[in-house]
Unconditional design. Structure first.
Length: 179
């Protein structure tokens, strides 16, 4: 289980506002470059949001099978299948703390080659119905990176702005060594 049913309903309500889950568009160019460089054919957008904002800015030079997954968007809530590339943009900080390890394990299971994840480390501008900040896990990058490193080999870490960073990591099961 990756969230409580009550939390899925709160996420669905926030997504209906139209201004929630819209961060991914700012990473379209970067994700497109990774898709082209690694010759990715299948991308899973984990936490895609209602607006599917990543698809608006993805401009790979190759054909790409896109799969969106989001617990707060009923038409995208079906269990995803593994993909060569998984994006997880502005999602992990929204996960209920008691499910964070399960979600990170899920990302590992779903990522065949490469993970692109962005994480905000501070408060969100939105609150949940129960008064909590929408960013349920507000921790510095030094807290997040070991959790990711347990499951992936981090290739790139970049601070985007204060309080936001992204990583590009590959699945540890993937052997990238040259014989």
């Amino acid at each position: 289980m990756y969230c409580t049913p009550e939390y899925a309903k709160q996420q669905e309500k926030l997504h209906k506002t139209g201004s929630y889950g819209v961060t991914a568009h700012q990473y379209g160019e970067t994700v497109s470059k990774i898709v082209d460089k690694l010759e990715i054919d299948h991308l899973l957008d984990y936490g895609c949001g209602r607006n599917l904002s990543l698809t608006d800015t993805l401009k790979p030079e190759r054909d790409l099978r896109y799969q969106g997954y989001d617990i707060g968007v009923p038409e995208c809530a079906e269990d995803p299948v593994p993909a060569q590339m998984v994006t997880c943009i502005d999602v992990l900080e929204h996960i209920e703390p008691e499910f964070l390890e399960d979600v990170l394990d899920h990302l590992e299971e779903l990522t065949e080659v490469v993970l692109f994840a962005s994480i905000h480390t501070g408060a969100a501008g939105k609150t949940l119905d129960d008064g909590r900040n929408a960013h349920l896990t507000q921790q510095p990058y030094t807290w997040w990176l070991p959790k990711i490193w347990e499951r992936f080999e981090i290739q790139t870490y970049q601070q985007v702005r204060p309080g936001e960073f992204f990583v590009i990591a590959h699945n540890q099961a993937l052997d990238l060594s040259i014989s």
